[in-house]
Design a protein around this ligand. Structure first.
Ligand code: ADP
Length: 437
């Protein structure tokens, strides 16, 4: 993080520094050029006060103008005199001089010329038989830039130092409260707090996460304690009978009933283990949901219950739409139907009814059984909650409805229950319909 801050701040500040250096160089150069041009214009206007003829010397003109270099040409472009002695006698056939000689108004400013890395500005005035050119020297851009280079290097070094300091300070001041927050977050049962409003979203996430972990741990602990408690009852019974048989003290006539109890309790134990495994397996569901024809599946599942209806002389009424397709898996739909219908059978009355309806994406399982009180309704989806337990007689483990709820929650389906004690109960699931193309 600090490397990225350093590189970014260096890139930005160096860009600004160099941009500023180049721009100010250009502005300063333009200012110098403007000043020199207006100087030359003023000086050439002063020529009018001098009486010039072909015998006037360039040095004399230069002296009276105080500074500028002077070159005098005849009307053929030959240098007759100049403060640059080397060019006396040479003919200048440059386009500037040609156009200055042929100019109708006898005053012409020519473009700067560059020679040996130097820059000269020229201005000309034509008289009857001579052309006078004034020249001023301007420092070149590159020379100007070289002059400011040492200062620029010093600024760059200062910039690097400032960027390092800025990076250290920003990471220190930003990371310090974050580190404190992280330290507080570990193994802290209390809510973490921060005085910095910018870090509040992080504190909120930590608190939410901690709360989630705490709740998950508590739920796991409760689950383990419930499982061990539920297993203990059949195991104690099995062990008790097994010890009696092993001691040889069990009368022969009690042997068969003891065997039956051991078998019943072992079945109960393995049924419970199966349901616990089912309950946990929902979390690890890796099968991608596919199109399931729940109409067919429900019909098939209901047929399996025919033998179980006899004891209480129950009847099942079915109102099932054809070919309702839901994105799920066969296992999960079967689990839902099995749990709801087996409860409707278990908690029904003599000669009662079970009405299973599938209308579009809505499944209802209704019974005319013992019903559930309002107080109990709030608990029936909690793991290991069984209403019968409070009456001292246990027929289930309290995992059937939690399994149904978990499947519905994970699939995004709504699950509702409606019950009147002594009259019956209705469970309703609204499945998400498969989208048609
Ligand atoms: P169990 O294995 O005890 O049936 P469930 O999780 O399926 O566990 O149900 C939890 C409790 O809800 C049951 O103990 C029962 O008292 C009550 N219950 C569930 N379905 C019905 C129903 N159709 N009618 C009356 N009570 C029901």
């Amino acid at each position: 993080m600090s490397k990225r801050i350093l590189l970014t701040s260096l890139a930005i500040t160096l860009f600004i520094l160099l941009f500023f250096a180049f721009t100010s160089n250009e502005v300063y150069y333009a200012q110098l050029e403007g000043d020199l041009t207006s100087d030359l214009v003023k000086q050439i206007e002063m020529l009018d006060q001098l009486e010039l003829n072909d015998s006037t010397a360039a040095d004399d003109i230069a002296d009276s103008l105080k500074g500028a270099d002077v070159t005098i040409y005849d009307l053929n472009g030959t240098v007759t005199d100049s403060t640059f002695p080397d060019i006396i006698g040479s003919t200048d056939d440059s386009s500037d001089i040609k156009s200055a000689l042929s100019a109708t108004d006898n005053f012409l400013y020519t473009a700067p010329s560059s020679n040996d890395g130097r820059i000269y500005l020229h201005i000309c005035r034509r008289y009857d038989d001579i052309l006078v050119r004034l020249t001023g020297e301007l420092v070149s851009r590159s020379r100007m830039f070289l002059t400011v280079m040492p200062t620029l290097v010093v600024f760059i070094l200062i910039d690097v130092l400032l960027c390092l300091l800025f990076t250290w300070m920003s990471t220190y001041f930003v990371l310090k409260p974050v580190k404190e927050l992280a330290i507080n977050a570990i193994g802290n049962d209390k809510q973490v707090k921060t005085k910095y409003s910018e870090l509040k979203p992080i504190a909120d996430v930590i608190n939410w996460k901690n709360e989630y972990v705490r709740a998950a741990q508590q739920s796991k602990d409760e689950f383990i304690s419930n499982v061990t408690h539920e297993m203990n009852t059949p195991l104690t019974s099995i062990r008790g009978f097994a010890e009696l048989i092993a001691s040889g003290n069990m009368p022969n006539d009690k042997m068969i009933s003891a065997g039956k109890t051991i078998k019943t309790q072992s079945d109960r134990l393995s049924a419970m283990i199966k349901q616990i495994l089912n309950y946990s397996a929902i979390d690890d569901d890796t099968v991608t949901p596919y199109d399931v024809n729940i109409s067919k599946l429900i019909e098939e599942a209901l047929n399996n219950y025919t033998p179980m209806l006899k004891d209480k002389n129950l009847s099942i009424l079915k109102y099932i739409d054809d070919d309702v397709i839901i994105k799920s898996t066969q296992e999960r739909i079967t689990e839902i139907v099995d749990n709801l219908v087996s409860n409707a059978i278990k908690y029904n009355k003599q000669n009662g009814k079970i009405i299973v309806t599938l209308r579009g994406n809505v499944l209802t399982v209704e019974d005319t059984g013992i019903g559930i009180s309002n107080n109990e309704l709030t608990h029936i989806f909690s793991r290991f909650y069984t209403v019968d337990k409070s009456h001292g007689e246990s027929v289930g483990f309290g995992l059937g409805l939690p399994i149904v709820k978990k499947i519905c929650d994970r699939s995004g389906w709504t699950l509702n229950v409606d019950s009147v004690q002594g009259e019956g109960t209705t469970f309703k699931i609204v499945f998400e319909m498969k989208k048609k193309n």
